[in-house]
Design a protein. Sequence first.
Length: 261
Amino acid sequence: MPELKQIDSSRVDDILAAVANDGACIALDVLDVELCQHLMSDFNQALGEMRWGEDELGYRNEFYGERTKRLHGLFSKSPRMVDVLTNPLFLELGKRLFIDSKMADDIRLSNAELMVLNQGQVVQAFHADAASWRRVQQAEEHEILISANCALTEFTATNGATRVVPGSHRWPSDREPQDDEITLATMPRGAALIYAGNVLHSGGANHEVEARVGLYLGYIVSWLRPIENQLITNNPADILALPEQAQRLLDVSPGGFTVFA
Ligand SMILES: O=C(O)CCC(=O)C(=O)O
Ligand SMILES: [Fe+2]
């Protein structure tokens, strides 16, 4: 089975090299364990009001599964989300991949999603997250999306660790992974799976009693349309109270309707 490299979050060059080669890696010590605990308790109330297999608005999505909860509008639910959004590793990865490469003038958050997999959740279908903009992705050689799935609980082989297909970011879109090409993103709490928009991956199956909790953030080039509109999923006043850098990441331009492409 191929393995993902585990790299300390301070080693940005090595993380970028692993993402370029394998399409993904595990960055260690991205979020403090204490921050993970606070985030979990901040989201608890909203999670308690949701039913398994549904999002907050009561919509069901077959792609996500029957034993999962997907929470959005995270900035109004936790004042600590702004620290995750502006995590130095994520911003540096976005800068190096999108701005330094001249793909874009700026970085945007596409969405932030809490992904809770409960006991009995089965494996998700393999997919590439950049398929949200597949016509653009087909036309571009460079990545347009870089994602982080942060482990707010430990990710294990039996509780739903994300399945990843190293190298698949370079595959033709119709190639399907064989069993021996798939690896599991097992990682300790506070680590994050960092992966390219084009790499094949899927949620794993949870056979344990305790839920597995991943906090997803996807960063895109600034000229793409984010898949979550933060001014709708959150209370707009909460977003407009954030520092300017955070507002720009969330696609708000206080000075007007400018697109920083
Ligand atoms: O739950 C996971 O680990 C991954 C989920 C995922 O890839 C998705 O919903 O796009
Ligand atoms: Fe995904």
